[in-house]
Design a protein around this ligand. Structure first.
Ligand code: NDP
Ligand code: OXD
Length: 310
């Protein structure tokens, strides 16, 4: 196979060296839009420009260097007959669990209050909190959502998860499946964690109606995609007090525009789409083992369904 590395946002040398070391029997090139096409049949991409696919017309297998494939599927040039394969966990799930646990503990254990007290030189223990008062609801129980659920359940949080098909394999988690179960899931949730992929169905999903159904004084943790959350509806819910705070890693527009009201609201915590980073070693190991399987005609997991969008 001939592999092409096409991640315009990252210096290619380290990745390409690791790929060559992992797959010495295959050819590896770096995409250069100003050079003739390489004829590669496999590409490794992250947010590729649309002209990758009009330039490199032999590509039949695309490995996405992330879990979310929304940016690739949005490209009108993405070839209809190409197979799209996403990263499955590859070290991201545990990072996401850490991120969510940190945001949850910050909200439920008054760490913001103590930060403010420190700045004011105050020593003022707040009343203790009970996990029972902080039921967590996780939207999306895939590779990442399940690890988040497992981590929180192990620590004794009251955890529920919602997905299309439901899961019964996390001890201590209550599973809700499908649209008909959504109202009950939302009604028992105070901390809403979004780990859904961005698809036609999940775009704009967390809107005023969803936020209104959460327990009053809710917290929103969005680590999925920004376009799944209607930001103006979150601002309105913060203004009314229905939502008391938010930890947001992803946004409708990235980078978050300087004039966005989120920057100026102390109840909103912002990170620049870093909740789970793509790790070189784990990602190359996963992709290399799939390339070897494909070359041997064996089945692989992680192939994206175009119909579902994830
Ligand atoms: P998976 O494909 O493994 O899981 C997706 C989950 O969402 C599944 O449980 C699926 O249900 C559920 N789902 C999808 N559509 C719907 C729907 N319409 N209604 C109900 N449930 C739905 O994805 P991952 O866990 O690997 O990744 C999730 C997302 O996390 C990525 O797509 C990406 O957007 C985001 N991400 C963000 C990062 C960051 O740094 N902020 C880093 C990595 C990922 P079912 O199980 O029934 O199919
Ligand atoms: C991903 C991401 O989807 O980094 O992997 O957002």
């Amino acid at each position: 196979m001939h592999l092409l590395f096409a991640h315009p946002g990252t210096p290619p040398e380290e990745w390409v060296a690791a790929l060559r070391a992992a797959l010495p029997e295959h050819h590896v090139s770096i995409w250069n839009p100003n050079a003739p096409a390489t004829g590669a049949d496999v590409a490794l991409v992250w947010k590729p420009p649309a002209n990758l696919f009009t330039h490199e017309t032999q590509l039949k297998t695309i490995f996405n260097l992330g879990a979310g494939v929304d940016a690739v599927l949005a490209l009108p040039t993405f070839p209809a007959d190409a197979r799209l394969i996403r990263l499955e966990d590859a070290g991201m799930a545990v990072q996401m669990a850490e991120y969510v646990l940190f945001a949850l503990a910050r909200a439920s254990r008054d760490f913001d209050v103590y930060d403010a007290q420190q700045r004011a030189g105050q020593w003022q223990p707040a009343p203790g909190t009970l996990r029972a008062d902080w039921p967590v609801g996780i939207l999306g129980l895939g590779r990442i959502g399940l690890q988040v659920a497992q981590t929180l359940a192990t620590l004794g949080y009251d955890v529920a998860g919602w997905s299309r098909s439901g899961r019964d394999d996390v001890a201590g988690m209550t599973s809700y499946a499908g649209a008909e179960a959504l109202p009950a899931f939302l009604a028992r949730t105070r901390v809403l964690v979004n780990v859904l992929p961005l698809t036609a169905e999940t775009r704009g999903f967390i809107d005023a109606s969803v936020l209104a159904q959460l327990k009053s004084g809710a917290h929103v943790i969005n680590v999925g995609r920004g376009e799944s959350l209607v930001e103006k509806d979150l601002l309105a819910a913060l203004a009314s007090g229905q939502v008391a705070g938010a930890s947001l890693d992803v946004f409708e527009t990235e980078p978050l525009p300087q004039d966005h009201p989120f920057w100026r609201d102390a109840r909103v915590h912002i990170t620049p789409h870093v909740a789970a980073r793509t790790l070189l070693e784990e990602s190359i190991a996963q992709i290399a083992s799939k390339v070897r399987a494909l070359a041997a005609g064996q089945p692989i997991t992680g192939i994206v369904s175009r119909d579902r969008g994830y």
